[in-house]
Design a protein around this ligand. Sequence first.
Ligand SMILES: [Zn+2]
Ligand SMILES: [Zn+2]
Length: 282
Amino acid sequence: MGSLSFLSQHPFQQFKKDRHFYLRYDAFYLAACVGISALMLVTHFPSITAGVEWKPWHFAVGVPVILYFLICAHLWIHNATHGNFPKAINRLVGEVLGVIVFVRYASWDIVHMRHHRFSDDSGKDPHPTYPSYWKSFFHSIVYVERQLQQQYCDVWGDTEENRRYEAFRAKVSYGTNIVLAISWYLFLGPVGFFAFFLPLNIFAAAFVGHFNWSTHNGAAGRDFRPVNLNHGYYWLGNKLFTGIYFHANHHKRPNLFNPARWESKFGPQEPCVDTPREEQAA
Ligand SMILES: [Zn+2]
Ligand SMILES: [Zn+2]
């Protein structure tokens, strides 16, 4: 990561070229977070919210604004994995967003490329769809890490030694999560962290989980595949969040920042699988 050339690279490409890439990547973040936390403690950094006299309007305004931004951060990191920001800054945008959404850019990239390759394969998709949204959401929390390890074995060989190596790497990654959380806590202060950052990030992740569930036809309860949705709430969601519910379009053309803009780019719109839930049940 010493030269600027890393700014134009995708983590998944590095992961496939270097068997130690991801361990080193998370070890770098672990060391950086330890260093930043230590610096804040040693210098008695007061947190950016120290001295704020909290009033109800801080929460009334702060919660929706920060939630909107965090949801966008979760969606923009998705665009970064597809290289949809200008090439000169795409990697940097992904890394910054990866720290904000907590899971870091490389894991997002590796896991999401696997989702595109094996979408709706219940044994290989990192977040396969089930008829229940909640089952899909909670299952994916555990399954994403398992599929990250499987991806390593798919590239570098499914051996006992590689399984042990990945079990160790997972511990380093979990440790990095803990120290990253401590860094955010020291930076934001107790209210900033526990009233805003942590719960709203969890809510944003649940929102993105619902986006994934609904656009893989979760509400139909069967026939899971990427679909385009634009009825009812989804129409508003498409306006607020750059066409995210046009997910069938996204799976066909991942390089569209706004997959609702299919028509202006490629001619006639793909058929919209836009059947309201009542009709799907019939
Ligand atoms: Zn998908
Ligand atoms: Zn994608």
